[in-house]
Design a protein around this ligand. Structure first.
Ligand code: MF3
Ligand code: CO
Length: 291
């Protein structure tokens, strides 16, 4: 049960403003949704302006790190070299790569090549070859605030069907983003992503997906891109989460490397693509924070 705040007391969001001039109107609207049986975000999912400003700065680092990777990536490069670029660029900007030591993850970035779905380990043994597709997933911590986004890269000439997988997956993210606005549903994002992926004959990984982010690396809600499979709730200004569908050319089935417990591969060996952006729900739509 949510506690009812006095109109003149400081808002629960920590802004220091009076409740009546801060989140009171939003709370009233959310309680109408709950009355109709529609799940609503918890207060923990709503960031205040101060937090948003800090997270924006973290996102600037994350975008710069991905830009540095984009400028350097080429055939013949090892994924270990990408790890070095990420570590070097992030720390030079006064930030920390969030993956490093996260639940035992041993590198600064995830590099997932071809049939690797996610959480690929950078390695000096993995040399990028013409025709490869790779997801580079960067996350940064600046002043305690988290950012998280990833891009696909096509290495040299990539066969058209793999290139199409990469392009359609990007379109899925763009379509999901269009669905992000206050008082829409989180499942609208899933529907937009899922419909476009499946219309192109692809599958969407149902059990690994997006998440709230900003104060911690992974916050609630879990953002699923298979409608009906994930958490659903109405979107409200101040929510922040990732859109990061994993789209497979073949089936959605996958397995995790038993030795390291991290690297996820498609079961059928067909390629997988993923793009990740970090988005904020604003009063009148959304703001992309990291891409
Ligand atoms: N960046 C990934 C995500 O999008 C998180 C990977 S966890 C790590 O959520 F430890 F592998 F980095
Ligand atoms: Co993420």
């Amino acid at each position: 049960m949510l506690e009812k705040l006095g109109r003149n007391l400081p808002c629960w969001c920590g802004s220091g403003k009076k409740y009546k001039t801060c989140h009171m109107a939003m709370d009233e609207r959310l309680s109408e949704y709950r009355f109709r049986g529609i799940p609503t975000p918890s207060r923990k999912m709503i960031k205040n302006q101060e937090q948003i400003a800090k997270i924006r700065e973290s996102c600037k680092v994350n975008v710069a790190v991905l830009d540095a990777v984009a400028a350097a990536i080429r055939p013949g490069m090892t994924t270990k070299e990408i790890d070095e670029i990420v570590y070097g660029t992030t720390t030079a900007m006064g930030a920390i790569p969030a993956p490093l030591h996260y639940q035992g993850f041993p590198y600064s970035v995830c590099t997932s090549v071809n049939e690797q779905i996610c959480h690929g380990f950078p390695s000096e043994k993995v040399v990028l070859r013409e025709g490869d597709i790779i997801n580079v997933d960067c996350s940064s911590i600046l002043d305690g605030y988290f950012s998280d986004s990833s891009r696909m890269f096509c290495i040299g000439e990539v066969p058209p069907e793999k290139r199409k997988l990469v392009e359609v997956t990007k379109e899925c993210v763009d379509l999901g983003l269009e669905a992000v606005k206050p008082w829409a549903m989180l499942s609208d994002v899933a529907r937009a992503v899922y419909d476009h992926a499946t219309a192109n004959g692809y599958s969407v990984v149902p059990d690994i997906g997006g998440h709230g982010v900003g104060i911690a690396f992974h916050e609630d809600p879990f953002v699923c891109y298979v409608p009906g499979r994930g958490e659903d709730m109405v979107l409200a200004p101040g929510m922040m989460f990732t859109i990061e569908p994993m789209v497979n050319m073949g089936g959605a089935a996958h397995y995790t490397d038993k030795q390291n417990g991290w690297e996820v591969y498609t079961k059928d060996g067909q390629p997988s693509a993923q793009w990740e952006i970090m988005v904020l729900v604003t009063e009148d739509g959304h703001e992309v924070l990291s891409w």
